[in-house]
Design a protein around this ligand. Structure first.
Ligand code: G
Ligand code: G
Ligand code: MN
Ligand code: NA
Length: 246
């Protein structure tokens, strides 16, 4: 059995599930939203992280089905927590965005479950495909349907500042690589500060990812960022544990 076949079966058997990592508003230090992060509860191998299977998913084209699967799971979760009304983000593969039917299919899931799209944040990572004209059209369509568009891992990989102008973005998540060195390198800190200023100037929300230590938190606090997502506050946890924080 190949990994891909196993993954197809895992989707059918619903062995893939979502954990939640809280995001914290910098000013109030209150939980202000969550990111849904997928895990594979494998019957033999136990818990498998997404880094072990997302590359195969994307190479095979299974990302389209996986993204719709994630949308359904998040709808089920939100339906069973009607009192939880904070925004929730899901990760969508840029590869799915090249398909013309994707926006319709994704939107239909949220309509079926009667979940308002304006509390759903769609996180897309910069990669070569996000630059394509089709992907940009798809992102605009998602925006028109009410979804909030988040550029994930900004500054890592294929980043280009021109994305900030070309894509219909409301939120920028700054990659954790920038935070990792801010306590040891003044240049790293200045770079983070500069990126934050650019994003603020564009009237987009800033999320800083990967804050792990109190020293890093103190430095990030001095920047006027909107939200922090990092182990210093919370790690990803089971839905019940995450939502019980509220
Ligand atoms: O949760 P963790 O830090 O292990 O996630 C590692 C990477 O896997 C992250 O960069 C994240 O974007 C990606 N990832 C997590 N959940 C999903 C998902 O549901 N769909 C996709 N496409 N990627 C995901
Ligand atoms: O790239 P994306 O935003 O999808 O990544 C989310 C991933 O980042 C999750 O797998 C989560 O576990 C991880 N993550 C979140 N906060 C931290 C942190 O403070 N430190 C580290 N090392 N990873 C983090
Ligand atoms: Mn993400
Ligand atoms: Na990501």
């Amino acid at each position: 059995m190949t990994l891909l076949n196993n993954l197809r079966i895992a989707l059918e058997k619903k062995e893939l599930f979502l954990m939640m990592q809280p995001k914290v508003a910098l000013k109030s230090s209150m939980v202000c939203g969550f990111e849904a992060l997928i895990r594979w509860n494998h019957p033999v191998h136990g818990l498998i992280p997404p880094t072990a299977f997302i590359p195969t998913v994307e190479k095979s084209g299974l990302n389209y089905d996986l993204d719709l699967y994630v949308a359904e799971r998040i709808c089920e979760i939100l339906q069973s927590w009607p009192q939880m009304n904070l925004p929730v983000s899901i990760n969508i593969s840029a590869n799915s965005l090249v398909h013309e039917s994707f926006v319709h299919d994704l939107h239909q899931v949220f309509q079926q479950y009667r979940i308002a799209t304006n509390r759903i944040q769609i996180e897309v990572t910069e990669n070569a495909l996000i630059h394509s004209d089709q992907s940009i059209v798809r992102l605009r369509e998602l925006r028109e349907h009410g979804f909030v568009i988040v550029l994930d891992d900004f500054g890592a990989g294929f980043s280009s500042l021109s994305y900030l102008l070309r894509l219909p973005l409301q939120v920028i998540k700054i990659d954790r690589a920038f935070v990792a060195e801010i306590t040891s390198s003044n240049q790293a800190y200045e770079l983070l500060k500069g990126i934050v200023q650019i994003v603020q100037g564009l009237q987009m929300e800033t999320v800083v990812e990967g804050v792990e230590t109190s020293e890093q938190l103190a430095l990030v606090r001095a920047l006027d960022v909107d939200q922090i997502q990092g182990f210093i506050y919370y790690k990803p946890s089971l839905v019940d544990e995450a939502f019980a924080l509220l």
